[in-house]
Design a protein around this ligand. Structure first.
Ligand code: AMP
Length: 325
């Protein structure tokens, strides 16, 4: 089970933090992947842009290899049952715990003029997204660890409150065991959609080269015995996911022997990102042009997701005590 906000194109962080795991999981699990277009409204996208953003992310999911024949791929707002579960879970989510969430504190800092209620309850909607399909594994990056912890807490609280064993407590999931954090090119923090520090899967080779060559590094090679600085470590983290291990080893040795030229390292990273994204980029364009295919994927996905979500909401209503007359 996993979702990605539809506020822009997918970046390398989304790919290596989440999508790479989707691709492995879909073969062995009953998977639900969705485009979080309700969550996207917290940043107030223009109505004229919303549909295009959703379509772009959908095409990117498919271009990466998510297979709608074996997984359920859907758009969050096509499954309104999730908003009912969100409302019900909000009754047992406490303002204090929501205010303490790291992502909420970050949002307050980033968008002080738009601290809306949905930002505060963002983790509740996210929990509803997950538990509505009774998911037990959620492929996410490291930044979502706290949200997952809250999801487990909301699921556990519901079970205890109504003395049932209804919702599983889902775990964050990564095939490499450790959750991944792909850093941005600006030297600090994670790669994000709106931080201006990301490389997007749909970026052209020229854009990729330009962005990577501008990445923050040190001004000169390291001194003997010196640990890599944070920006340099970050470049190695990116290199580690896009380049082959011999290349990483070569540059690590150059760093250790104080002979590294960061310009060469960035050139190599840019080349490897281009090589990695090239086939995805060309598939994105083909898929975007196939309106009929996209429309079929969306309607089949909505049907499957609604079947699962409405069953849960029906059962939850019963557990809570709603009865039909
Ligand atoms: P978002 O783009 O915030 O909607 O996140 C969608 C998914 O991508 C979540 O599973 C995140 O954990 C993952 N993700 C986003 N940015 C990064 C990053 N820089 N490194 C690793 N995973 C990330």
């Amino acid at each position: 089970m996993s979702g990605i906000r539809s506020t822009g194109n997918l970046h390398l962080g989304n790919y290596f933090g989440a999508i790479k795991n989707f691709l492995k999981m879909q073969k062995e699990n009953n998977c639900y992947f969705f485009i979080a277009d309700y969550h996207a409204l917290t940043t107030h996208p223009k109505p004229g842009n919303l549909h295009g953003n959703i379509k772009q992310v959908l095409a990117e999911y498919l271009a990466c290899g998510i297979d709608p024949e074996i997984a359920t791929v859907f758009i969050q707002s096509d499954v309104p049952e999730v908003s009912e579960l969100y409302l019900l879970l909000n009754m047992n989510a406490y303002v204090g715990e929501l205010e303490r969430t790291t992502s909420f504190k970050e949002k307050i800092r980033k968008q002080p003029d738009n601290i809306n209620a949905a930002l505060l309850t963002y983790p509740v909607l996210m929990a509803a997204d997950i538990i509505i399909h009774k998911a037990n594994k959620v492929p996410v990056g490291k930044d979502q660890e706290q949200h997952l912890e809250m999801t487990r807490r909301f699921a556990r609280r519901f079970n205890m409150m109504y003395d049932v064993n209804y919702f599983p407590e889902p775990d964050a999931y990564n095939f490499g065991k450790q959750l991944v954090k792909i850093p941005g090119l600006d030297g600090t923090g994670k790669m994000g959609k709106s931080e201006g520090n990301g490389v997007f899967l749909a970026d052209t080779p020229q854009e990729i080269k330009k962005k990577v060559m501008r990445a923050v590094t040190d001004t000169g090679p390291a001194k003997p015995g010196q640990e890599p600085s944070e920006p340099v470590k970050n470049l190695f983290t990116i290199m580690n996911v896009v380049s082959d291990q011999d290349t990483v080893k070569f540059f690590k040795e150059k760093h250790a022997s104080c002979e590294i030229r960061y310009g060469d390292m960035k050139k190599q990273i840019a080349e490897d990102i281009i090589k990695f994204t090239e086939p995805i980029r060309s598939r994105i364009n083909d898929i975007l042009a196939d309106e009929k295919y996209l429309s079929r994927v969306v309607s089949e996905g909505a049907e499957k997701a609604r079947a699962s979500a409405s069953k849960t909401v029906r059962e939850v209503r019963e557990i809570i005590g709603y009865r039909s007359f």
